[in-house]
Design a protein around this ligand. Sequence first.
Ligand SMILES: Nc1ncnc2c1ncn2[C@@H]1O[C@H](COP(=O)(O)OP(=O)(O)OP(=O)(O)O)[C@@H](O)[C@H]1O
Length: 391
Amino acid sequence: MAHILIIDDEKSIRKTLSEILGYEGYKLSEASDGLEGLNLFKSKEPDAVLCDIKMPKMDGLEFLEKAKEINPDVPVIMISGHGNIDTAVEAVKKGAYDYISKPPDLNRLLITLRNALDKNTLVAEAKVLRKKVNKTPDMIGDSEPILKIKETIDKVAPTDARVLVTGENGVGKELVARWIHARSNRAAAPLVEVNCAAIPGELIESELFGHEKGSFTSAIKQRIGKFEQANGGTLFLDEIGDMSLNAQAKVLRALQEGKITRVGGDKEISVDVRVIAATNKDLLKEVEERNFRLDLYHRLSVIIIHVPSLNDREADVPLLVDKFLGDICGEYGIAKKQIDKAAMKSLQAHQWTGNIRELRNVVERLVILSGKCITPEDVASYVVPGSGPES
Ligand SMILES: Nc1ncnc2c1ncn2[C@@H]1O[C@H](COP(=O)(O)OP(=O)(O)OP(=O)(O)O)[C@@H](O)[C@H]1O
């Protein structure tokens, strides 16, 4: 239930409001002046505020101003006495949600509060959605392989098909997974990522499936695993080739049956999760070497998207360089630097490791060390090892 902060120096008004709102089930905090109210506003993070206008120490208008600076999304409803309706109107102009008159009319109070809270929920939801939409970065490139990848993403995203994304480190595998999720019917639910290589073998099961309290020494409280967290959404299993055989068996079962069991638990929990996996390993070779289960491989690889290294999509290098130049100069707060044609050609011809982060680092180095226009000499000095004056 929503938490309401009541600020009024008149004890009787606080009492009336508390009784009405308490009866409706709201959680309440009370303050007798603006200053105390502001402290509670910071510490309790209420969902809405009812605030008197005339009060000692800090009046309602000052409170409103300060509260808006701290969190502009929390609606503040002013409580106005006979003498200060004009001030209440002024407060609404300054960002108060609305005002109610003293003595508070029960219906008007409850309706105003409910509307304010509804609006607040919508604002919060819109923020989350906006964040989600913005969270998927652009996939730069118009080379043949990237266009093909985008086409495949558009086809598979709306289905629930499992996708295995392969490619060297840093080629953009995670970006592909994010794009698939963002374009799927699950986009409003979470995309939960697990880096299987970064989690010690003995913890991976608890990470994926959760655990019950006391199931092992460090399990001091119950924990929900990534499969459950991703319920309704997508689970991205990065570096799946590094998962232990033991964990592979459990993941296989979860995929076959759509059910998981927490470590130390006996209850089966149904989960509705789409799995996207990624690896930089040759999984079939891992299968041959008995490090990876063939049945799991088949479950995961309904669709395979291979992201080629930069060296196999030279055409994308200028676009990426241009994007990174813009981003980096923006971060440094300087005008976007230019790059000479010949310099761009030599970046394009460079043998990249395949990791796009390497290209970004190189562009950052060039931004820092070069003049307004990046020249072939800059590239020779700062990028191609062994060919510059510094080496
Ligand atoms: N086509 C692209 N356009 C723009 N940025 C990209 C592109 N591909 C990758 N990047 C960026 O390069 C970085 C590395 O990409 P990402 O993390 O997706 O690679 P990865 O293959 O999953 O890496 P790892 O193997 O290390 O997990 C990220 O910052 C990503 O946003």
